[in-house]
Design a protein around this ligand. Structure first.
Ligand SMILES: [Zn+2]
Ligand SMILES: [Zn+2]
Length: 255
């Protein structure tokens, strides 16, 4: 069966993405509490017990907040880097699988390829998923694009990409100066322009699904996201979908 993915929610109040191939059902991050994660999974027709494993990108609460309890309750294996585990305060997870952010591994019949990103966490990484026919890439929580990121994201079939903030809205917005510098800095989050610039460098000839995520509710808007991408890649902006904080994004399938 085809590779499928969906978002349970995306943004600074909680992130979780599901990636499924047949009976392999991976949850990428879980920034939602047990009840909320269960409720959101149900809207996608899944129960926590259906999951095969949880992958974690980094230790910020909007990504890892709900992971340990969910894993303990349902005896799920959890994959993360040693730095993420340390950074999270060494949570008690029975089936902990420590990974290198440079080495691919398989979870059942799905190939998982982590890659490091510059972000203000201990050892953050993002992930690509490969079922042999199609590749899905996820990139959020990175302050900058790097040559390695650009190389990793070439010729994807689907991409969930952070469009965190509009530079101007961030500069004029409600955040205190220190937080503004963190978010906008090289170890913070991608601005709309950075994300659009990154997309310009990619071979997009196979891209079936482009999804914008981790969109700030204070310093961005769907209109700003579309305008920034439309300014450089009009066709992509038209086809792009948005994963939001409350509703996430329903199932998308790679054919
Ligand atoms: Zn985040
Ligand atoms: Zn983060």
């Amino acid at each position: 069966m085809a590779l499928r993915f969906a978002s349970l929610g995306s943004g600074s109040r909680g992130n979780a993405t599901v990636v499924v191939r047949d009976r392999t059902r991976l949850l990428l991050d879980c920034g939602f509490g047990l009840r909320e994660a269960t409720r959101r999974l149900a809207t996608l027709g899944l129960a926590p017990a259906d999951l095969t494993a949880i992958l974690v990108t980094h230790e910020h609460a909007d990504h890892i907040g709900g992971v340990a309890r969910l894993a303990r309750r349902h005896a799920l294996p959890v994959y993360m880097t040693p730095g993420t585990w340390q950074g999270a305060g060494r949570p008690d997870i029975e089936r902990l699988e420590l990974i290198s952010p440079h080495e691919s591994f398989a979870v059942q019949d799905l190939q998982v390829c982590p890659y490091p990103v510059p972000h203000d966490a201990r050892e953050p990484c993002q992930f690509l998923f490969d079922d042999g026919a199609h590749r899905l890439g996820v990139l959020s929580d990175t302050g900058a694009s790097t040559p390695h990121i650009v190389a990793q994201l070439q010729r994807l079939d689907a991409l969930l990409l952070e469009f965190n903030h509009d530079r101007q809205l961030l500069a004029q917005g409600p955040y205190p100066a220190m937080l503004r510098r963190r978010v906008g800095g090289d170890w913070g989050h991608l601005s709309n322009c950075q994300a659009a610039g990154l997309l310009q460098q990619l071979d997009r000839s196979c891209l079936q699904h482009l999804v914008a995520g981790h969109i700030s509710e204070q310093n961005n808007s769907p209109a700003h996201v579309r305008a920034a991408l439309g300014a450089v890649l009009a066709a992509e902006a038209e086809g792009m979908e948005l994963a939001d904080q409350d509703a996430g994004l329903g199932w998308r399938e790679l054919r």
